[in-house]
Design a protein around this ligand. Structure first.
Ligand SMILES: [Ca+2]
Ligand SMILES: [Ca+2]
Length: 239
């Protein structure tokens, strides 16, 4: 007589000739950030199948017959699994792929200039700016042009991250009478880029002389008034 387990194994092989689920390898998406909302879903399956489906963010399976382009995805992070059923009812599952969609330019705010005005010939000008992006920042540039009686120049400075979202660069000290205009360029990790010019902002300053006439005039007026008050008080006192 055959042992019971032997008969059981024979029956299983007869009714389910093999029990290995399909191996599914997702080729796209990859574990990365996409700059377009249309992401291709491509994959390989190692054996014939009767059914294939995918699940985005653990939602219900969508049946597909092969490679597709996923429906337009808003900016966010996602995970995806592909399932496939072979002709013997064995269900295979891919490894989960995590990916991000980022179609939006960085957000540039709080442009801060120090000194904010009255830039003197010895003053370096520090520019700070807040740049945010959900998908991460690749680079922030300070583009500036400066012109005076001797000529006009363009320059680009790499802004460096100070802390958190704050980036910084410095415009060197320039001679009296130089007009400076600058814009800030920010690019995220997938190439979405924007400038403050595109946002409608214009930043400029002029290098003023060491002792500009207006503060001197103000100082003169204030001193004269004080002297007048003091001398009047003295006169009142002595009278
Ligand atoms: Ca199989
Ligand atoms: Ca972005």
């Amino acid at each position: 007589m055959f042992p019971y387990t032997y008969i059981y194994e024979q029956l299983k092989i007869w009714s389910f000739p093999e029990s290995t689920p399909p191996t599914i390898i997702i080729v796209s998406p990859e574990n990365k950030t996409y700059s377009a909302s249309t992401v291709p879903l491509t994959f390989n399956v190692d054996e014939p199948t009767v059914w294939i489906g995918y699940s985005l963010d653990g939602q219900m399976n969508e049946t597909i017959t092969g490679n597709i382009t996923l429906p337009a995805l808003p900016d966010d992070t996602y995970n995806i699994d592909v399932y496939a059923n072979d002709t013997y009812g064995n269900m295979g599952k891919s490894s989960t792929v995590y990916f991000t969609v980022d179609t939006t330019e960085p957000n540039i705010t709080n442009v801060f200039q120090d000194p904010p005005s009255n830039v003197l010939p010895d003053d370096m000008v520090r520019i700070n700016v807040t740049v945010r992006d959900a998908g991460g920042i690749n680079r922030v540039l300070l583009n500036y042009t400066y012109a005076n009686s001797t000529g006009s120049w363009k320059s680009i400075a790499n802004m460096t991250r100070l802390t958190g979202d704050i980036w910084n660069a410095t415009i060197p000290a320039l001679q009296y009478g130089t007009n400076v205009t600058y814009t800030i360029f920010a690019e995220d990790n997938v190439g979405n880029a924007i400038t403050t010019e595109q946002l409608g902002y214009k930043y400029e300053y002029q290098v003023v002389p060491e002792f500009s006439t207006f503060p001197i005039l103000m100082a003169f007026i204030v001193t004269t008034l004080l002297l007048a008050i003091i001398s009047r008080k003295k006169r009142t006192f002595s009278a």
